[in-house]
Design a protein around this ligand. Structure first.
Ligand code: ARG
Length: 466
């Protein structure tokens, strides 16, 4: 074997063409898998020694050499070239330089097919864990901001029309609920990733007496069940990317909401300078770029998931080089989500709310449902009550006043039962306090929701298993 020859070079008469080498190489992007690749190789080398496939001495030399390569990677001293083709080859090449000919035995009972699958499993397991931490930090921020602004009321919207007053805390708890589901999805994705494909070799297993359970246990994983499935499966990566895409959609919705809130038209919130940017031409501008990016990046997260789904579609069982296309969208999805989660908690904690603007917007016709419900609770069929209040709103519009300003005689003219109306019902506070149903925006319900949210965070142990 010459130095420049690819590791599969035995049957080839010529070196690869440069253009082909560039197309074929994954090392420019899969080099980030090096720590996982080496960790997997260490487990494999130990197993080779335990099972007598190599001697204990050879196994120790392999492990020692691999640890040196890992130290180089961690110190940023590991160098590679396109001729290395991929991370697996680069690590093996370096191992040979450091440990000598014993390195030629490392690949016994293994193929790059089970090796690359293992690297990706390990990457996804870690990524799911890291994203989970980011989600928990954001969820803590939701709860803290909700608690700090317990009395703040804003309009809830349907069709982006003011609908009913709600507590800002209720609003944040809605985001908490969505993130809680995201958390479950990432935990499930982390579990799906926690299977070791080592022992599958190329696709059908190996005549060497390897012990897949041993390597799996070394890595804290479950062993494979079927060698062909083990090298073909990328479902775990899809699971993670689906979780990223759904989280991306949640972040995008929040982004849109904050873009509205921070506009002069809404004026509900102001971002800290540290989380906004200016315009190069309009000196007055303070832009909510981070929230716009949260809205924008949902597209690429959905695209990344789509990209891998389409790569997988129609592939026959077994390794096909198409599978090399799994990495860039996966890495991009994880990096994108982590970058957004790194910003979100502090950005929310440092934002300021304009309580006055919010509560002004929450009054007025947003209280109309309250009136209809008041009549209906007095025995008037809801449809009739709805109609009567509709007439009131029309009357207000004619008089150019709000519901709160409507004189008693106008109220009674529309429905006699309105003579009994407690006037505080026509305030945002009264409306919110009047809610009874579980999970509602009433202060009592929101306090209970906050307590459950805190309990959930306190009982969710920070690092996940595996
Ligand atoms: N670079 C390849 C990938 O990312 C590694 C596996 C190569 N396997 C093979 N049979 N050529 O998928």
């Amino acid at each position: 074997m010459t130095e420049r020859e690819p590791l599969w070079g035995g049957r080839f008469g010529a070196s690869p063409a440069e253009a082909f080498e560039r197309l074929n190489a994954s090392i420019p992007f899969d080099i980030r898998l090096a720590p996982y690749d080496i960790r997997g190789s260490i487990a494999h080398a130990r197993m080779l020694g335990e099972t007598g496939i190599v001697t204990q001495e050879e196994s120790r030399e392999l492990v020692h050499g691999l640890e040196t390569v890992l130290a180089e990677v961690e110190a940023g001293e590991f160098s590679w070239t396109l001729a290395d083709e991929d991370v697996h080859t680069a690590v093996e090449r370096r191992l040979k330089e450091l440990a000598g000919d014993v390195a030629l035995k490392l690949h016994t009972g293994r193929s790059r097919n089970d090796q690359v699958a293992l690297d990706l499993h390990l990457f996804c397991r870690d990524a799911a864990k890291e994203i989970r931490e980011g989600l928990l930090a954001a969820m803590r921020a939701f709860v803290d901001v909700a608690e700090e602004n317990r009395d703040v009321i804003l309009p809830g919207y349907t069709h982006l029309q003011r609908a009913q007053p709600i507590l800002l805390a209720h609003h944040f708890l809605a985001h908490f609920g969505a993130f809680r589901r995201d958390l479950r999805r990432f935990e499930a994705a982390g579990e799906a990733a926690n299977v070791s494909p080592l022992g599958a070799a190329a696709l059908g297993g190996t005549p060497h007496p390897v012990d897949p359970a041993l390597t799996a246990a070394d890595l804290g994983m479950e062993p494979l069940a079927n060698s062909l499935d083990a090298v073909s499966d990328r479902d775990f990566a899809l699971d993670l990317m689906y979780a990223c895409a759904v989280l991306g959609v949640h972040l995008s919705k929040m982004g849109e909401e904050w873009v509205l809130w921070t506009s002069s038209e809404f004026g509900f919130a102001v971002l800290d300078d540290a989380y906004s940017s200016g315009s190069s031409i309009m000196p007055q501008k303070k832009n909510p770029d981070a929230f716009e990016l949260m809205r924008g990046k949902a597209g690429r997260l959905i695209g990344n998931l789509n990209s891998l789904l389409i790569t997988m579609k129609g592939l026959p069982p077994g390794y096909s080089k198409d599978l090399q296309e799994d990495k860039e969208p996966l890495f991009d999805a994880v990096d994108t989500v982590l970058a957004m989660l790194a910003v979100l908690p502090e950005m929310l904690r440092t934002a300021r709310f304009d309580e006055g603007r919010m509560s002004d917007a929450a009054g007025g016709f947003a209280l109309a449902t309250e009136l209809a419900d008041f009549l209906a609770m007095g025995g008037i069929p809801f449809r009739e009550a709805h109609h009567a209040v509709g007439r009131l709103v029309k009357r207000c519009e004619e008089l150019g006043i709000t519901l709160e300003e409507l004189p008693e005689d106008e109220l009674v003219a529309v429905h006699p039962a309105l003579s009994e109306l407690p006037r505080e019902l026509l305030t945002p506070d009264g409306s919110v306090a009047n809610k009874r149903s579980a999970g509602s925006t009433s202060p009592a319900s929101v306090a209970a929701q906050l307590e459950r949210a805190r309990e959930f965070l306190d009982h969710t142990e920070r690092p996940s298993a595996g």
